[in-house]
Design a protein around this ligand. Structure first.
Ligand code: MG
Length: 160
């Protein structure tokens, strides 16, 4: 078995869509970044890359690459899930936390699980939790949103 951890944060700005866990959430601001800046997908992707021992998300999807401009981060996840199979692992479990003062994330969790399962992770293997930061720090001031994720990969036995 392998364990991975991922963390990400992005700044909230005007004039951007708010995409978290592959779901567009109605809000007056969105996350800034080269791709769609989906913090949750980035945290999960980094957890998977970490468990594979293959560096980090920036190495696989550099923000200098025009191809990834405004890209859907579900696509990143899809590619890394494929890479887990290439390396003879499968995703056994993902637990994650999205930390946002506003908007309320909880009502969108099921849609996020469905969107993430579209990247090839079984829906029953994805847990998402939503927290606020109790008004403290950059998250509490509404300047940004952060996410943490951990994953467990299970070795797929080769039957020959
Ligand atoms: Mg990111």
């Amino acid at each position: 078995m392998r364990i991975g951890i991922g963390y990400d944060s992005h700044k909230l700005v005007e004039g951007r869509k708010l995409v978290i866990g592959g779901v567009t959430i109605p809000f007056k601001k969105g996350l800034s970044g080269h791709s769609d800046a989906d913090v949750l997908c980035h945290a999960i992707t980094d957890a998977l890359i970490g468990a594979l021992g293959l560096g980090d998300i920036g190495r696989h999807f550099p923000d200098t690459e025009p191809k990834w401009k405004d890209a859907s981060s579900i696509e990143f996840l899809k590619r890394i899930v494929k890479l887990t199979y290439v390396n003879s692992y499968e995703v056994s479990w993902i637990d994650s936390v999205v930390i946002a003062e506003k908007p309320k994330i909880a009502p969108f969790i099921y849609d996020m699980q469905k969107a993430i399962s579209g990247a090839g992770i079984p829906i029953g293997a994805i847990n998402i939790k939503a927290k606020t930061n109790e008004g403290m720090g950059f998250i509490g001031r509404g300047q940004g949103i952060a996410a943490y994720a951990v994953c467990i990969l299970r070795r797929v036995e080769q039957i020959t």
